[in-house]
Design a protein around this ligand. Structure first.
Ligand code: GLU
Length: 420
């Protein structure tokens, strides 16, 4: 079957709440299309002498509530449609977690694993110089996403600063700590996901994390930090996967008994979690179908679809990735009584701590990790409760409740600012 179009899915989600709110058609139309879509050609002479032209994107969906904000991904399958969907989701995410940002996203269609470090640095610098007028601390603030990291952000900050003749740390977030990054930013998304998991377990399973089993799809920055926080809470991890494959622990207990650092070290050394000793190797598909209380997709879009939603065994799905569940799968799982904590709430801890980083940069300040984590905890729990309260009041699922909350805030800002 043809892959689902992410932007169509984002539009279907938006359409699913129009009967729940009073929204003038004029504003609905404005929300359906991003304000700006920038596509740039990035010609690059690689270290091996060949010349390749990559395509770079930056989509700015809405900035009624503040400067555009969102990550940049490097992946061979990046398309305009994907970046548009991700940009729209960023608008909702910033509104749900209640930070003064709009939504944007960027990407380059490239397989970074096939480029040398030098080539990647030059590609990153080209991307920034091509988009120099489109980004800025008060305009649009990029951050890491799939296959980009603090080093990528350091190059971006340096290139932008070089072009402007002075140091501009607030132009990107997710930087290394040494050059203005925030304590706690690297772990923030996973930490926030685990906080949502804990709150959902309390609310819907009336249980403690120590009694809960979890399957996690994805072991990149978000997946691994989610596992780390969940293990700290005492949850039992029964399946993990990465791009290579998945693993279920062998033995009577059927959960990973080693410490998180042992697990991470082994997977780094061997190249995949699926290769660590004493596990049954499983596919990424099988992770989705694992017998566990919680399922946490922390990889890519379109992982839970109409083809496998029927086979999900978890009681609660927590979306650590952006857009892992298609609208059809949403319906199937809702019918089956499976709760779903949506991406725009569950993974908003990342952009939240990005906001903290930006505030620290603008104030030339540096907060302790404890301060960052306390603020993260407080904001995540507050947003979770707000969404749950609205869902109960209106008798709707958590995805629609989070969307109602977000769209109402964004439309209020558009109206007050006189967008028409
Ligand atoms: N890429 C992350 C996301 O999808 C973080 C964005 C940010 O920090 O601006 O939420």
């Amino acid at each position: 079957m043809e892959a689902e179009d992410p932007f169509n899915n984002a539009l279907t989600q938006l359409a699913s709440i129009t009967d729940l709110i009073t929204i003038d058609n004029e504003y609905y139309e404005m929300l359906k299309s991003p304000r700006r879509e920038v596509i740039v050609a990035l010609p690059l002479k690689l270290g091996d002498g060949t010349s390749v032209t990559f395509t770079g994107y930056r989509v700015q969906h809405n900035n009624a509530r503040g400067p555009y904000k969102g990550g940049i991904r490097y992946h061979p399958s990046v398309t305009l449609s994907e970046v548009k969907a991700l940009a729209m989701w960023m608008t909702w995410k910033a509104a749900v977690i209640d930070i003064p940002f709009g939504g944007a996203k960027g990407g380059v269609a490239v397989d970074p694993k096939r480029l040398s470090n030098d080539d990647l640095e030059r590609l990153t610098r080209k991307y920034v110089s091509a988009l120099e007028r489109d980004i800025g601390p008060e305009i649009d603030i990029p951050a890491p996403d799939l296959n980009t990291n603090p080093q990528t952000m350091a190059w971006m900050m340096n290139e932008y600063s070089r072009l402007h003749g002075h140091n501009v740390p607030a132009v990107v977030t997710g930087k290394p700590i040494e050059i203005g990054g925030s304590e706690g930013r690297a772990a923030a998304t996973g930490r926030g996901v685990a906080i949502c998991a804990r709150e959902a377990v309390k609310k819907y399973l009336h249980s403690d994390m120590k009694d809960v089993s979890v399957a996690v799809q994805g072991f990149g920055n978000v997946g691994s930090n989610t596992v780390k926080s969940l293990m700290e809470m005492g949850a039992k991890i029964v399946a993990i996967s990465d791009v290579v494959g998945g693993a279920r622990p062998k033995g009577p207990r059927k959960y990973f008994e080693q410490s998180f650092s042992t697990l991470l070290e082994a997977s780094n050394k061997l190249g995949s979690v699926s290769l660590i000793p004493n596990v049954d190797q499983i596919s990424n598909e099988q992770v989705i179908e694992t017998e566990a209380d919680l399922l946490i997709p922390a990889a890519l879009e379109n992982q839970i679809t109409e083809n496998n939603a029927q086979k999900v065994k978890a009681k609660i799905v927590i979306e650590a990735a952006n857009g892992p569940t298609t609208p059809m799968a949403d319906k199937i799982m809702e019918r089956r009584g499976i709760r779903l904590v949506p991406d725009i709430l569950a993974n908003s801890g990342g952009v939240l701590v990005s906001y903290f980083e930006w505030v620290q940069n603008l104030n030339r300040d540096h907060w302790t990790e404890e301060e960052v984590n306390n603020r993260l905890e407080h904001k995540m729990v507050h947003a979770f409760n707000e969404v749950v309260t609205l869902a109960e009041k209106d008798g709707i699922d958590l995805r629609r409740a989070a969307l109602v909350l977000a769209v109402n805030k964004v439309v209020a800002a558009m109206k007050l600012s006189g967008w028409h």
